[in-house]
Design a protein around this ligand. Sequence first.
Ligand code: HEM
Length: 378
Amino acid sequence: MWSGLSLRIYTLESRPISIRNAHLIGYNAGFYSNKPAVRWKYTTTYNLTLRHIQLCTQTQEVMSYWSITVALLSITFLVYRHPLKMLSYLPPWLRGGAPTNQQVPPDSRGGESQVKVQVEGPEDDDVHSETTPKATATAYNTNVPTLSLDGPDHDHKSSTPQASPKPVSPPSTTKPVSSSRPAATLQPSMKYSSPATLMPPPSRPSMAPPPSPASSLRVPSNGPVPNRGIPSNSQQRVSSGNSLASTATLSAPNPRGKVLLGPGHSPMDWAALIRKSNLSGVSTFQRVTPSMLKSMSGRKGKPAWSSWQGKVYNITPYLDFHPGGRNELMKAAGRDGTNLFMEVHPWVNWENMLGSCMVGVLVPEGAGNGGSELEEMD
Ligand code: HEM
């Protein structure tokens, strides 16, 4: 109806006019017209326009009332069905005395506000029967459930699950937290997730060193070398038991070419002996010439000396302790025994075993016996 009347008015005036002034223009045009038909037409149009305007005005009023009514009903329905959600759309000044986390920073809230949240927690069951401000507390408590765990006041009774931290209280070893910050609520979970409490003790390292193929060939840096068998390519010599043989060593060799040592002449006994006394047979270090070394052959009451890498040793005390026998060892007496030694058992540590038997150093012929110089060198 509205659009049809508007079209008629536009047609009569041949130009767009506002609806507010259309009836005035049509009325004036028909009033001053000489033709009755035109006058009637315009008058009718005028009357229709007036009626239309009246209808429109009434329609607008009715529509306005209906719109307002529908809007109010919708808002009421939404507030009734979703009070929490609708509360969030309200401006802060309309929420009144229901502070939320978004309004107040966590640091500025004291213990009283937190306790208030706890007390209002049980009222969540009455959300359907309470008004909108009552539902405000429910919304706040639901959005921030952790605030109810760190409430410092234990005298407030609360039936909410969040307000019962006692069953999961931290262990006694945990550092107590005096503050009511939410960090205290994390302690129960830290109890079960701490690696320090769950980490098993480290396994004990084995006291025995790992075996290695080279360990059997390693030359000990200190102490005597144990009585070991010769390698397959060693040149074993059987003790023949000549005139130099004593009762300390037996002439019967074993399959490895070693002789049977007498009682008290084991390698262990030799190790104990060299720790106790000086077995060199001289009071000071000697400058030993080759002729002097040759004279010390172990015969005719003289000690048996042997040189090894430029050093002279008195091997006489070791004769009865030598696993290869006296005769084998005497082959190096009065001469340099390096080659013989290295041919049989290069793995043996000569210096350690005969350290207490060292006489001096081998010097060229004519260098003389300079004991004082040896002492200075030592
Ligand atoms: C003065 C220096 C010497 C020392 C400290 C010495 C020490 C030893 C030791 C500790 C053993 C036992 C080796 C083992 O059980 O693995 C041994 C064995 C033996 N040594 Fe000597 N020795 C010396 C000189 C000589 C010389 C000069 C010869 C030969 C000319 C010789 C011939 C033997 C033989 C045949 C054996 C037995 C086989 C063996 O166990 O290897 N040794 N000696």
